[in-house]
Design a protein around this ligand. Structure first.
Ligand code: ATP
Ligand code: MG
Length: 561
């Protein structure tokens, strides 16, 4: 795993760990874990947790486990397990041989539950869900004890064993911790530890009809793995006393400690798994890997780099209070990283034909172009130039405003890496009035430098040779949601951005992009960063995803609306 070059600024979690190391707690060990439930694909919020947990292990020379928190059979699957493994690895982290499954602990967790019963700390309760809710009380009123609270230990042991054997109907009985129905913290009012659920589990099949609740399974899984710092998001703050209560009763020494941090909230984005599942199932997006999704697989397909995502997670840091991070920061990190790494290329999205009347027909020049303006180590490539070219439709205006420094009647413009050309005449479709082609002349003395007569030509535009260009499809992505905080006012689906995807067919890319490897990334001159789509690209038929524009165009677009 990569080590950070400079020491990271300390946050409150690192302060806690430093203190633990100073006092010799856990014998100087730092053991963390990333514990996803395999019921969906992981997203940028999970990436924050991944970077934090693996980052701490790296920084303190400790360990970080990858643990599937798979104790609720509903919705969990091997597909999700595999995706999580692939995504965490892609983010750049390595758990060695420490991949674990909470479902592997079912037998041990059952034994822990039996131990709690034997200590008089848990009981089998026959209240159904509604009755239990009635007994639970509210924030202002204490709860009422269940009539089954004082069953004998023997009766509890017998009933719990029979729950496991499948003698009782789903929901008819639970195992509950015997804590305090009068506690100010509702979590501590005899929480359920086990429930009956006849649901096959993707790993244990039909072996179990009772499943442990998250609060019971999670802390004990941590303890079984020797986790020292169990880092989770703020919504578990109220559950911490229960975490400590269970661990104090069942674990002798080296008890893990739960620490909560603020989850990532990102503007123009939803990060709730339930909502992401809804987007996929109702086909608002093409799948978990739709490049507009905030999932790791979606960001990968879009062309984001793991380095950029890690940089983002480092930049936002960890805090104790919930906040909303501007998605523009993530895009900024992506842009910064790609600016360094992405080779440059030319591609015309909306082609307009240019004919150089004074350029010999059949002649082809191979122009040597730098792949990166600041990085000679990235080499050069040959880009063919010929009499017929394509430029962008909006790089020509028939009646331009003064400041327009692209091509127009009577004007000259520089073709990137090539000649200065001059407008001569245009040809329109007689019926529609649409411009079909533009005839220009070129100044042969300007290929490698400014014009000899010192005249100024301001604009530089990109182009491709028509004969050599490869036809490509380009997908322009915008944010999936129209507003910064989707779902805050009404149904989040109503906040979807109807223009989040624009598919452009018939784009013309320079010849060198014909067989570019799926997944490779480029800066298309003047347009932004693009990635060769891994799924839909066919040999000789590239599909490009726009990763990010060169500048943040969102402000401009939203002004217009
Ligand atoms: P669910 O609501 O289904 O529990 P979840 O998003 O919490 O969804 P988990 O698989 O339980 O998903 O999460 C795994 C880990 O990732 C947990 O430790 C959780 O705290 C952390 N995590 C989840 N969402 C975020 C987020 N937005 N920011 C930071 N960490 C997160
Ligand atoms: Mg969770």
């Amino acid at each position: 795993m990569e080590q950070p070059a400079a020491p990271l600024p300390n946050d409150f979690i690192r302060d806690i760990i430093d203190e633990d190391l100073k006092t010799g707690k856990n014998l100087g060990r730092v053991a963390t874990r990333f514990p996803p439930e395999p019921n969906g694909y992981i997203h940028i919020g999970h990436a924050k947790s991944v970077c934090l947990n693996f980052g701490l292990a790296g920084q303190y020379r400790g360990t970080c486990n990858l643990r599937m928190d798979d104790t609720d059979p509903l919705g969990e699957s091997m597909e999700f397990v595999e995706s999580i493994i692939r995504d965490v690895r892609w983010l750049g982290f390595d758990w060695g041989d420490r991949l674990f499954y909470a479902s592997d602990y079912f037998e041990k967790l059952y034994a822990f539950a039996v131990e709690l019963i034997k200590k008089g700390d848990a009981y089998v309760c026959d209240l159904n869900a509604d009755e239990m809710r009635e007994h639970r009380g509210t924030f202002t009123e204490p709860g009422k004890a269940s009539p089954y609270r004082n069953r004998s230990i023997d009766e509890n042991l017998d009933l719990f064993a029979r729950m496991r054997r499948g003698e009782f109907a789903d929901g008819s009985r639970t195992l509950r911790a015997k804590i305090d129905m009068g506690s100010a913290n509702i979590v501590m009012r005899d929480p359920v530890l086990y429930r009956i659920k006849r649901e096959p589990h993707y790993r244990t099949g039909n072996a179990w009809v009772i499943y442990p609740m998250y609060d019971f399974a999670h802390c004990l899984s941590d303890a079984l793995e020797g986790i020292t710092h169990s880092i989770c998001t703020l919504e578990f703050e109220n559950n911490r006393p229960l975490y400590d209560w269970i661990v104090a009763r069942l674990i002798e020494k080296d008890r893990p400690r739960q620490i909560e941090f603020a989850r990532l909230n990102l503007s123009y984005t939803v990060l709730s798994k339930r909502r992401l599942i809804e987007l996929v199932q109702k086909k608002y997006v093409s799948g978990w890997d739709d490049p507009r999704m905030p999932t790791v697989t979606g960001m990968r397909r879009r062309g984001y780099t793991p380095e950029a995502i890690r940089q983002f997670c480092q930049a936002i840091g960890v805090a104790k209070n919930d906040n909303l991070i501007d998605v523009a920061l993530l895009e900024h990190c992506v842009r910064e990283d790609l600016n360094e790494k992405a080779p440059r290329a030319m591609c015309v999205l909306r082609p307009l034909k240019i004919i150089l009347d004074d350029y010999p027909e059949g002649k082809v020049e191979q122009i040597q172009c730098a792949n990166h303006p600041q990085r000679p180590d990235m080499g050069t490539r040959r880009v063919p130039f010929s009499r017929e070219l394509y430029i962008e439709q909006d790089d020509f205006l028939e009646d331009p405003p003064k400041k327009y420094n692209r091509l127009a009647p009577g004007r000259e413009v520089r073709l990137r890496n090539a000649y200065i050309i001059k407008f001569e005449r245009l040809v329109k479709d007689e019926q529609s009035g649409r411009i079909i082609e533009i005839h220009c002349s070129h100044d042969p003395a300007t290929k490698d430098g400014p014009p000899a007569d010192g005249r100024k030509v301001q604009g530089v535009i990109h182009w491709v040779s028509a004969r050599h260009a490869v036809t490509a499809e380009v997908r322009i992505y915008d944010r999936l949601f129209r507003i910064a905080d989707p779902g805050s006012e009404e149904d989040f689906l109503k906040d979807l951005n109807p223009d989040s995807l624009e598919e452009l067919a018939g784009c013309q890319a320079e010849e060198s992009l014909r067989d570019s490897a799926p997944g490779s990334r480029y800066q298309f001159e003047r347009l932004g960063y693009f990635c060769v789509d891994e799924k839909d690209t066919k040999p000789g038929k590239p599909v490009f995803n726009r990763i990010v524009p060169l500048r943040d165009s969102w402000a401009k677009i939203s002004d217009k609306k």
